[in-house]
Design a protein around this ligand. Structure first.
Ligand code: HEC
Ligand code: HEC
Length: 216
């Protein structure tokens, strides 16, 4: 019964996704200029381009962005800008960015976005706690549509932090609010360790022009 209700919720969400794509078809998203995005994101690399760099309170690793879907990066930055994600520094970082800036940065940060495995069957069997998650985030950790973030190889403590933020309402995405609600703290770690272990992986943004690249 419970699983039937949940599947119903997922099909409703997928239907909304189809409607959203139809809306996009009428007003196409801005196309990003990766070269301009690279220039705009120099300050971002101070955190996202340093391997092992951590957020202080609470303490977790700054998310990897290289290989992430540009459509999702755009959505995330718009949510920080609009205050729909509570992180204070990222709100400040995003608040001065125009829609075109965001599209350009997303085009640069995505690098070569991860692609779904040609033979998904080769992915490991996900733990039961992740059974519902793979419908959108893939058994290989690559989002099934560009609006769903890839999680493969992401820092596990960041994934747990993100799940807590959806559950607490600090991130206001309605899909993930309902998805995170039933997930216990223990299962958050099981799911996070599973996704973190998948390859090919998201990476810390490359920073070849500085000595910090030696730490990659
Ligand atoms: C002071 C360190 C710092 C700086 C500078 C910074 N970020 Fe972030 N960024 C973070 C942290 C920490 C998070 C995770 C916040 C949270 O918990 O929601 C984050 C999250 C993000 C996310 C969401 C990732 C995801 O998987 O949802 C994007 C996209 C992003 N940052 C882009 C940028 C861009 C673009 C800039 C520059 C304009 C920038 N960041 C500058 C620390 C930083
Ligand atoms: C119906 C599709 C769907 C399902 C099922 C789903 N998610 Fe998500 N997930 C999303 C979307 C869409 C986002 C982006 C939300 C936003 O904009 O903040 C997301 C975001 C996330 C993030 C944040 C990623 C980042 O980089 O910050 C994590 C972690 C996550 N989901 C984990 C899970 C887990 C664990 C489950 C299963 C319990 C799950 N999701 C089930 C669609 C889904």
């Amino acid at each position: 019964m419970a699983s039937r209700v949940r599947l119903g919720a997922i099909s409703a969400v997928l239907a909304c996704g189809a409607l959203a794509s139809a809306a996009f078809a009428q007003s196409p998203p801005l196309s990003g200029n990766a070269a301009r995005g690279k220039v705009l994101s120099q300050t971002c690399l101070g955190c996202h381009g340093v391997t092992g760099y951590r957020n202080a309170y609470p303490n977790y690793e700054v998310p990897k962005l290289w290989g992430q879907s540009p459509d999702y990066i755009v959505a995330a930055l718009q949510e920080y800008r609009a205050g729909e994600r509570a992180h204070t520094t990222m709100h400040a970082q995003a608040s001065t960015l125009s829609d075109q800036d965001i599209a350009d940065i997303a085009a640069y940060f995505g690098g070569e976005p991860l692609r779904r495995a040609a033979t998904p069957a080769s992915a490991r069997t996900p733990p039961s706690a992740a059974a519902v998650c793979v419908a959108c985030h893939g058994a290989d950790g690559v989002g099934i549509v560009p609006q769903y973030p890839s999680l493969a190889g992401q820092h596990p403590d960041y994934l747990v932090q993100a799940l807590r933020e959806y559950k607490d309402g600090e991130r206001k995405n309605p899909v993930m609010a309902s998805m995170s609600l039933p997930v216990t703290e223990e299962n958050m770690w099981i799911v996070a360790e599973y996704y973190a272990s998948l390859r090919p992986s998201l990476e810390t943004l490359p920073r070849p022009e500085t000595f910090l690249s030696l730490r990659r």
